[in-house]
Design a protein around this ligand. Structure first.
Ligand SMILES: Cc1ncc(COP(=O)(O)O)c(C=O)c1O
Length: 376
């Protein structure tokens, strides 16, 4: 029997599934981008190649959004993912070490390994649920080349206070290390500090419009770094003819107006977190690690239930059409203990999780499925 493919299952039922699995944002009003995409369609913008280095307005909006000086280097790529890949290939060599965490967004670790470097994963599955400057400092060796600072952190949802960002940036500066600051979830945080403020020469800031602007399907992000570093990274660009034009016009429309609608996205995400917290509190042996999350996701520890996260993922998906993510995708060491779910979704998706979670846990505890109540 072929293994159960959760993504195949969920994509085959795209509109029936509550997508709490990939930290995507389903709360941005469609009117924000629809007009821009329709106009690009009417103008047949798809017939020509886009301006290869990215729409100038897009770059200036990104720089403005991050608070970097106008005209600073800013590479536009197919998602933050491509920038992460290019950066790892361009800046790391065999034998290099990168100080990172476990749990983490492990795709970055894979890119680091592809360049022949290795990650030194500091366990952070205990308070304060993030790296600390002291631990980073202790972990630096003469092979260390980079620190990976994902802030806020996928999957735990922990954010870094300014003092810690500053202290980690100072380590990078003092010890001549690169600092990869992945700020994909920045807008969801109550407060956020860019590491580039304290270590401008060492920091590369990877940004994305997938989560803040609800454009994950468009595949657009990039990296801002000092000129020389940008040039090195740019040499690994595989999208030499530019990034999808529809993605770029959509991102321009979203970034132009983000200040107007993002507060509503954040507020609804906060309410959703609360609803999930109440539901989890009522299910014995399960608990949230980080609350409130500074991102649009967090994890539920289910270790004490004795239930495997993969089993819970499958039960929730197949029986309830609620898609969450099993921890093994995010942690070699702790992945057997948790599921991650995101909550920048309409309240009805969250209500479905709230209803399904106790049923799924009860079913798996008994070793047999519990029938879901019929949904109208
Ligand atoms: C920390 C982090 N960085 C980067 C990405 C990828 O972003 P993009 O969709 O822009 O490729 C993700 C996606 O989940 C992420 O969690």
């Amino acid at each position: 029997m072929p293994a159960f493919d959760a993504f195949r299952y969920a994509h085959d039922r795209y509109h029936e599934v509550a997508w709490l699995s990939q930290n995507t944002n389903h709360l941005v009003p469609p009117s924000v981008i629809e007009g821009a995409i329709q106009q690009a369609l009417r103008e047949h913008r798809y017939e020509g190649y886009p301006f290869a280095s990215g729409l100038p307005e897009l770059k200036s909006l990104v720089l403005g959004d991050l608070g970097f000086p106008a005209g600073s280097p800013c590479l536009v790529t197919a998602g933050g993912t491509e920038s992460l890949y290019m950066s790892a290939r361009a800046l790391l060599s065999p034998g290099d070490e990168v100080i990172a965490s476990d749990p983490s967004y492990l795709i970055i670790h894979r890119f680091i390994e592809l360049s022949g470097a290795r990650t030194v994963n500091l366990p952070i599955y205990s308070a304060p649920w993030r790296l600390t400057a002291d631990r980073v400092n202790e972990a630096v060796t003469d092979k260390t080349r980079m620190i990976l600072l994902i802030d806020p952190l996928n999957p735990l949802g922990s954010g870094y206070p300014e003092s810690e960002v500053r202290a980690i940036a100072e380590i990078a500066h003092d010890r001549h290390l690169l600092l990869l600051n992945d700020v994909t979830y920045r807008d969801f945080a109550e407060t956020h500090t860019l590491a580039a403020r304290f270590a401008p020469e060492e920091t590369l800031t990877v940004w994305s419009v997938s989560k803040n602007c609800g454009l994950a399907g468009m595949r657009l992000g990039g990296v801002c770094a000092p000129t020389e570093m940008s040039q090195k990274i740019g040499r690994y660009n595989t999208n030499d003819l530019g990034v999808n034009i529809f993605a770029q016009v959509a991102a321009v429309a979203a970034l132009r107006t983000k200040k107007e609608w993002f507060p509503t996205v954040r507020a609804q995400s906060r309410k959703n977190q609360e609803a999930i917290r109440s539901a989890v509190a009522q299910v014995p042996d399960t608990h949230l690690l980080v609350f409130p999350s500074q991102a649009n996701m967090f994890v539920i520890d289910i270790e004490k239930t004795g239930i495997a996260p993969e089993a819970l993922q499958r039960e929730l998906l197949e029986r309830h059409q609620v898609f969450v993510r099993a921890g093994d995708y995010l942690s070699p060491k702790f992945g057997g203990r948790f599921v991650r779910l995101s909550f920048s979704n309409p309240p009805k998706d969250v209500a479905r999780f709230v209803e399904a979670f106790p049923l799924a846990i009860a079913a798996l505890r008994k070793g047999r499925p519990v029938e879901a109540p019929a949904r109208s």
